[in-house]
Design a protein around this ligand. Sequence first.
Ligand code: SF4
Length: 511
Amino acid sequence: MKINLNTSAVPTRENRLGSITGYSGTIGDLMEKVECGSLRNSDRCFSQSSLCLSGCAMGLLGSIRDVALVWHAPAGCQSFTNVLGDQLARNINQTFDTKCVGTDLSEADTVFGAIDSVRALIYRAFEQYHPNAIFVASSCVAGVIGEDVDSIVDEISEELGIPVASVHCEGFKSRIWASGFDIADHAVLQHIVKPPKEKRRVVNFKNFFESERKQITELFARLDVTPQLLYSNSTVEELSHLSESLATVCICGTLGTYIGNGLEELYGVPYVRTINPMGMAGFEAWYREIAKLVDREEAAEEVLREEREKYLPQILELKKEIEGHTAVIGMGPGYTYEVARVLQELGIKVVHAAAWHLDHQYDNGKLPPALDYLNKTSSSNITLSVADQQNFEIVNILNRYKPDLYFSRHPGTTVWAIKQGVTSVFVADEYLIFGYKGTLNFAKTIRDNLVNRSFEKNLAARVKLPYTDWWYSQQSNALFEQKLEEEEKPETKESETNEAQAEKALEPVEI
Ligand code: SF4
C-alpha cells in the first residue's frame, strides 16, 4: 500500500483492499477464489440497517485525552458519538469526558451550506476546552453538499498553532464500518505523528478499550519495553512519538492494519503480523515475534514457560467438560477467525463462522494471518459467510445448524440468538480470550453457559420471532454442505489425548 499523506481522504476498504460484505460458502471455496482472484462481493436484494463508519473513526479519536471533536453533521449523527463516549467511559474507566461539539445541520444548511458554523465551532472548542488537537468530522450531509472543510482546517491550524485535522467519515462511502478505523489512523498519521528523532524502547499496541492495561504493561516489562496503548487514554504528545517505537502490534488485525502498515511504510517501524494473542497458539506466536523485534527472546521463553505451567493443566481439565460441543461464530473478521482457532484449541467444533466483512488482504497485500492459519489447520471444512451484521441471516444460520453455542462480539446480534433459545457467549471484552489466562477464563465462561441454559430456554419459550418457515428454509449453503459430506477433511483422531491436541495447537504453522 502507498499511504498518501498529501490528502485527507482515505480510500475505503472496498476500494483499497477489495474487501466484501457478501459471501456464502466454505473456507476451502473462499481460499480458492482468493488465490485465483475471482472473489466477488455478493449483493443482497434486501438489507437491514447496519453501523456507520463515523462511529469507529470518531470513537477512536475521542478516546485521546486532550483533543476536541467538531462534528459537521445533523444531530442524529452526533448522538452516535455520545453513545460511543459513554461506552468508552464505561469500558476503559476513562477519567475524562470526550469533548465533542457539532454543527447540528438543518434543512436550510443543506441548501445554503454551513461552513461558517464549522469555523466558529473550531474557535469555540479551542477556547472552551484548550485541546492539543481538534478533529473535524464530515458526515454524509456535509459530503453531499460539498462543504470544503479541508481549506478551513488548514487555515485555522496555522492560526491556532495546534493540529486541526479533517476527518472524512461520510457514512455513505463504505458499507464496512472498519473503514472508520483507517480514517482515524490516517488523521493521526497525517497530523499528529512526527518524524523520529531517536529510537525508544516502546512498542505501539493498537487495541480498543485497554481493559488489561496492567497485564500488558507487566508482560511488556518482562521484555524490557513499555507499551504505548492506542488510542485510549493516550495524549497528543505521546502519539507524536509513535515513529520512534521499536514495533507496532495489535489486538485485532482489522483494527491494526492501517496504522501498523502505515508506520512501517512511512518510518520503518516493524509491524508484527502474526496471528493475534487469542488463545494459546496465538499468544505464543505473537509474544515471540515481539520479543524477536526487541531482542529479548530468552525472556519471552521464560514467560511462556511460566504461563504454560500455571494455566495449561487447568485449561486441559476444563477442556474435558466442554469439548465436543458445536458453535457458530458471528463477529468482525478480525475476531471471527481468531476465535474459531481458540474454540478448536478447546475441542469445540465450529460449524459456521460469519464475519461482518471480509478483508482477503491487509494493507501489506497479504492474507490476514488468522484466516490463513485457520485454513491450514482446520480439521473440517468450515462453512463461512460474510454479512454486515445482517441479523436475519444469522437467525437463518442458527436455525440451520442448531449449535450448542453462539459467540458474538455485538449485543445487537447476541440477543436474537438468545431469543431463538441458542446459548450465547457475548465476547464483549477484547481481552476475554487474551493469552493463557484469558483462554482459561474463556473456557470457564463456556462451561458456565453450557451448564445453565435456563435463561435462553425460558426467553425462547415466551418470544415469537417475526421469521417464517419460508425464511428458515432458504439455504444458501446447501450446495457446499452436500459437497462437504462427500469430501470432508479427516477429523482429529479420537485416540489423541488432550495433551497431544494442545501440543498440536501450539505447533508453529508457516503463514
Ligand atoms: S454520517 Fe451518514 S451514515 Fe453516518 S450516521 Fe450520519 S447520516 Fe448516518
